[in-house]
Design a protein around this ligand. Structure first.
Ligand code: AP5
Length: 216
């Protein structure tokens, strides 16, 4: 079962996708995570992407589509996946439709509805383990006092793109390039809107029920 998690940066896509993916034994495909790993590993892709990501812009559609094609070829994608942070432009969505064809189309697109003030608060208070990628939040799930990850001991940091000025730019880019995807998938009758402003647990409970229904 192929689904997309759609919504503004910080709406909770990654938080929920990681848990659902584990529960339903399918991969979470996060283009942001793939790009961050490339940056960390110092690959050619990482070098191209770093400045764009730090400024809150979007990496080119061409690069992202190649990256997704490569990821879909891996065997763990055979039973489905959750796309987290992709597609992010109409061009990416059209390419995804072409790539999947009618054999394995996207089953549903889950849109996380969260107001801008809450988004800014969540992102500027997010802290991330630089080793395993676990996301903490200074209000709801603070990291240990020494800023060492409770899971792997890695250093917990603030992502460069979680500083307030960059967050605001990411929101501008989101409105211009990504928000039109709501309409794109509404026309395909695939859009499901959920209230993402509730607690992590409340959103999770709704998503698990939704996934059980979609799986039938
Ligand atoms: P990416 O990593 O995809 O960033 P994003 O979409 O901006 O997503 P975030 O990780 O910021 O938000 P999220 O919705 O996953 O929120 P989370 O669950 O972590 O992309 C980074 C960059 O890579 C982009 O800016 C771009 O440059 C590039 N890129 C990636 N994909 C691309 C593509 N397809 N095309 C082109 N460029 C691309 O939650 C955020 C915080 O809120 C956490 O602290 C969490 O604990 C907290 N939180 C979550 N849910 C709740 C809740 N219900 N209540 C309270 N707090 C909550």
């Amino acid at each position: 079962m192929q689904t997309i998690f759609l919504g503004a940066p910080g709406c909770g896509k990654g938080t929920q996708a990681s848990v659902l993916a584990e529960k339903f034994s399918i991969p979470q495909i996060s283009t942001g995570d793939i790009l961050r790993k490339a940056v960390k590993d110092g690959t050619e892709l990482g070098k191209k992407a770093k400045a764009i990501m730090d400024a809150g812009g979007l990496v080119s559609d061409e690069i992202i589509i190649d990256l997704i094609k490569e990821r879909f070829n891996q065997p763990d994608c055979s039973k489905g996946y959750i796309l987290d942070g992709f597609p992010r432009t109409i061009t990416q969505a059209e390419n995804l439709d072409k790539l999947l064809g009618s054999k394995s189309p996207i089953k549903a697109v889950i849109y996380f509805d969260v107001q801008e003030d809450e988004i800014v608060k969540r992102l500027t208070s997010r802290r991330t383990c630089s080793s395993c990628g676990y996301n903490y939040n200074m209000f709801t799930d603070p990291p240990p006092a020494g800023m060492e990850c409770k899971f792997c001991g890695g250093k917990v940091i603030q992502r460069d793109d979680d500083k307030e000025a960059t967050v605001r730019n990411r929101l501008v880019v989101y409105k211009e390039k990504t928000e039109p995807l709501k309409n794109y998938y509404e026309k395909q009758d695939k859009l499901i809107v959920i209230d993402g402003a509730r607690s992590v647990e409340q959103v999770r409970t709704e998503l698990i029920e939704l996934y059980k229904k979609l799986a039938h």
